[in-house]
Design a binder for this molecule. Sequence first.
Ligand SMILES: Nc1nc2c(ncn2[C@@H]2O[C@H](COP(=O)(O)OP(=O)(O)OP(=O)(O)O)[C@@H](O)[C@H]2O)c(=O)[nH]1
Ligand SMILES: Nc1nc2c(ncn2[C@@H]2O[C@H](COP(=O)(O)OP(=O)(O)OP(=O)(O)O)[C@@H](O)[C@H]2O)c(=O)[nH]1
Ligand SMILES: [Mg+2]
Ligand SMILES: [Mg+2]
Lengths: 278, 291
Amino acid sequence: VGFKREIDEEFTEGLEEALILADVGLPTTQYLMEQLGQQIRARGVRTPAEALAYLKEEVASLLGREVSPLNWAPSPPTVILMVGVNGSGKTTSLGKLAFLLAREGKKVVVAAADTFRAAAIDQLEVWAQRSGAAFIRHQPGADPAAVAFDALQAAKSRGWDVVLVDTAGRLQTKVNLMEELKKIKRVLAKEQEGAPHEVLLVLDATTGQNALSQARLFKEAVEVTGIVLTKLDGTAKGGVVVAIARELELPVKFIGLGEGIEDLQPFYPRDFAEALFT
Amino acid sequence: LLSERIQGIFKKLRSKGRLTPEDVDGALKDIRVALLEADVNFRVVKDLVNRIRERAVGQEILESLTPAQQVVKIVHEELTRLMGGGERGINWAPQPPTVVMMVGLQGSGKTTTAAKLAALWKKQGKRPLLVAADVYRPAAVKQLQVLGEQIGVPVFSWESQDPVEICRRSLEQNLPFPPNPVIIDTAGRLHIDVPLMEELKAIKEEIQPQEILLVVDAMTGQDAVEVAQRFHADLGLTGVVLTKMDGDARGGAALSVLAVTGCPIKFMGTGEKIGNIEIFHPDRLASRILG
Ligand SMILES: Nc1nc2c(ncn2[C@@H]2O[C@H](COP(=O)(O)OP(=O)(O)OP(=O)(O)O)[C@@H](O)[C@H]2O)c(=O)[nH]1
Ligand SMILES: Nc1nc2c(ncn2[C@@H]2O[C@H](COP(=O)(O)OP(=O)(O)OP(=O)(O)O)[C@@H](O)[C@H]2O)c(=O)[nH]1
Ligand SMILES: [Mg+2]
Ligand SMILES: [Mg+2]
């Protein structure tokens, strides 16, 4: 895209194509191209290089420009709830986050509140062991809210710093499953002021425009406070988070870059904007 | 086949009587937007719309007394041509066992779908065997074992870090009643992970499967083309399974996968329960994509 000498139709169509291929979606792509068009007409942008730089800055600005840190509780424990659709990477991301926080010196407890899916508890237990976190579980089929409650109670009585709650994957359109999630949140809130302090929506970067529906409905149900964008080590760009930022102002807090325990990094809006166009 | 929205586009066309190329262009623009919003890949949409345009601005249309009908017919034909092709059934081996290999990206639904297929074929009187060849994901073998237990299907596993060895051993068993089909659950992997794609080729070489099914999440976006192309180039896919069709994703990825591989979509996952699997129906997907 950057080798053109002047801003012509072929160049702007190339920009549009890049954004759509990155899953930014039509409405947000059109919004960005209109903004660019205004700048070109006002002579603020005159060359292809300037146009590209302008778009990158617009995207970074929509994404909040700077890193978005975790919301810490005024007094421990901080409670973090992982939510999202099936297979997006919640359990793995939780394991990575537990490791990251433990390495910062925090005492972490992991709650196996996915009591539904085959071997979900076993899977999370491996991650808890790898990260050195404490692990709270009940039997498969138990009430997820009870597991979350137990973990929070344990953290409070033992002076632990963070409670990480894993939940079962669920499609956002399944009303009864969203009600189950609301109940988990209510139970946490009742047991601790301000809990959950962070509700992280785990989004798979290969997801298309349906991610917007996911963000809307999960936000509506359990007040999502941030996004973890996983599987960015693939070829998908995850551009839908730009549309999500524009519509819902949800910040991306972390990105998943692989299946290993260290493959979780903070989200840098400028780096992401840069990568959208490569 | 065509949904309300596309009906609306054509209603506008019909009201015009004779069509100019500009009228057709307007309709095609609307169709392009509908497909992109449904996550069909940008370039797949471009090719599809160009093919439709080439046919729609031909003499036959501009001379026709019912040009709008002709355009509708062409769009319908092009979409059905994309979706309808290919043998939808399983290629059963003349000599058992039939070997079915599940492949795809991380989290797409391979393990769950493997169990669903096993349950489906067991109901049809077959004697399936599930093979736990994912040696990487924590508790992956246990996940398949729990599912196998739920449906009364045996699960083969082996203490080994080599999936090729596990698959070979699963076929070497000397059982009184040989299993058929043998369903191999592989680890999720990226299409750009060369060593892991080589591993899949090695598994294929070892077990010579009749079916290699790419499991694709229905909510996949533009990347579906890249993924499908790589898996197909490396392995020679025989079919596709679209999972999580019980959500509200439009499923345009399916069209993209079809366009670049020509492989038939054989099954759809429609929920988390073992019974939630169906034979794929092209017309239902078409109306879902066109919104
Ligand atoms: N390449 C890559 N794979 C990932 C990443 N995050 C998770 N995965 C893989 O994605 C698959 C699904 O991850 P899980 O953590 O089980 O996802 P989940 O959301 O907990 O799934 P459910 O609980 O079944 O809804 C696993 O194979 C993970 O290893 C990532 O950042 N990159
Ligand atoms: N709602 C719904 N969920 C599904 C469907 N198919 C699979 N799932 C869920 O999607 C998640 C991932 O399924 P898995 O079978 O673990 O996916 P996988 O491809 O084996 O994952 P990896 O082995 O980590 O690559 C689980 O929570 C499944 O229950 C479906 O058709 N509908
Ligand atoms: Mg999980
Ligand atoms: Mg699996």
